[in-house]
Write a protein that binds this ligand. Structure first.
Ligand code: ARG
Length: 395
């Protein structure tokens, strides 16, 4: 038997190499990708092999992540439960795409992941695998094995000469990529506790942010960010720059209690400066160029879209349909938004577009006003008719 394992180099997936090998009498191929976190590939490879893997594949998936996952989700304004920009959720189907390719090349029988039985990530891994390669078996060692605690796992690792990460056990579980960081566990498990400062990895607290605001301007073309402060830039660069500028100004911290697919409520904190800034700016530009109907209707699409992503249904016909709607909706989402970043706040300070529906001569209260005030009388006669009929009846 041959198994492709999603490998991070941490304790769980290191132990998984050995455990899978024994339990399934299998050859283990490790798979790791770069989706924005820095990794020493050479060291990782050595470690995987030393732990018992046959080989390790490493893909740089950053560009694909941005083009095929991040930007469509931004255009869709998809925020799970109105807050979470979905960084972790988006990365899972992307990783599985890579793993399935390797599995086919290696003629593997199964893929394996290190997710637990009560999280969302197992769902994303397995739904994507079922869609892309239904012939592959999926194995989830962490759901199956006998270890009841981290200590037992470490014991097993020591017994089998598996290098245990030397760093002192981190109090948090952290998942990190280009679009954001997800942080759980430790003190965060009590939702009444304010997140300790050491939980945050890339943002400063508002208190420690500069006391002078920083202005930035983001340019969009058909819903996608294309420039920063007037300079054309690759999307990936824009995301990296905004992560840095936002983080430095304390922007992008999200603290929420969310509903997992399995029904558990979990307290999660996120750091996603680029996602927060880009969603804020993008949404503002839509307000300028969308009709009222489109703006309201798209909210329904956004909400459904975010659920599909969160629930692991990235590859589904319904999502394709929503993507088609979203893509068309972005036809006029071109223009610029200026923002003020200040002590954790991301404040809109200006917006413009060649496709703006805003008309100053209609909106103004000065002598430039061209609105026909008299026409309102007839409008209200008719628009007010249902109110009049109901009022009469209710009397
Ligand atoms: N709750 C988030 C999600 O389901 C993030 C989970 C990330 N895992 C972690 N180890 N922090 O997408």
């Amino acid at each position: 038997m041959k198994i492709v394992l999603a490998y991070s180099g941490g304790l769980d997936t290191s132990v998984a190499i050995r455990w899978l090998k024994e339990k399934y009498n299998a050859e283990i191929i490790c798979y790791t990708s770069n989706i924005g976190q820095t990794e020493d590939v050479k060291k990782l490879k050595e470690k995987a092999i030393k732990t018992g893997a046959k080989k390790l594949y490493f893909d740089d998936l950053r560009q694909k992540f941005v083009d095929e996952y991040i930007i469509p989700t931004l255009k869709a304004s998809a925020l799970y439960q109105d807050k979470y920009p979905l960084a972790t959720a988006l990365s899972r189907p992307l990783i599985v795409e890579g793993m399935v390719k390797v599995a086919k090349k290696e003629k593997a029988d199964a893929i394996a992941h290190g997710c637990t039985g009560k999280g969302n990530d197992q769902v994303r891994f397995e739904l994507t695998t079922r869609y892309l390669a239904p012939e592959l078996k999926v194995i989830a060692p962490v759901r199956e094995w006998e270890f009841k605690s981290r200590e037992e796992e470490i014991g097993y690792a020591k017994k089998h000469n598996i290098p245990v990460p030397v760093t002192k056990a981190k109090p948090y579980s952290i998942d990190w990529n280009l679009w954001g960081i997800s942080i759980e566990c430790g003190k965060l498990e009590d939702p009444w506790n304010e997140p300790p400062e050491d939980a945050y990895q890339i943002t400063v607290s508002p208190e420690r942010a500069p006391s002078k605001p920083e202005y930035i301007t983001i340019g969009f073309e058909k819903g996608a960010p294309v420039s920063l402060n007037g300079k054309k830039m690759e999307t990936i660069k824009i995301i990296e720059k905004l992560t840095e500028i936002g983080g430095k100004n304390g922007v992008g911290r999200i603290d929420m209690v969310e509903d997992r697919l399995v029904g558990i409520k979990s307290r999660e904190i996120y750091e996603a400066p680029a996602a927060v800034i880009l969603h804020t700016a993008h949404n503002e530009l839509e307000k300028l160029v969308f009709s009222r109907d489109l703006f309201e209707f798209k909210k329904i699409v956004s909400q459904r879209y975010s659920q599909l992503v969160y629930f692991g249904q990235w590859f589904s016909h319904i999502k394709d349909c929503l993507d088609a709607f979203v893509e068309e909706s972005q036809r006029f989402v071109t223009g610029e938004v200026r923002l003020k970043l200040y002590k954790g706040n991301c404040i809109i300070s200006g917006r413009k577009s060649p496709y703006s529906l805003y008309s100053e001569t209609l909106a103004t209260y000065t002598e430039k006003d061209v609105f026909d005030h008299k026409a309102a009388k007839g409008f209200l006669e008719i628009f007010g008719l249902p109110s009049k009929l109901e009022g009469l009846r209710d009397k």
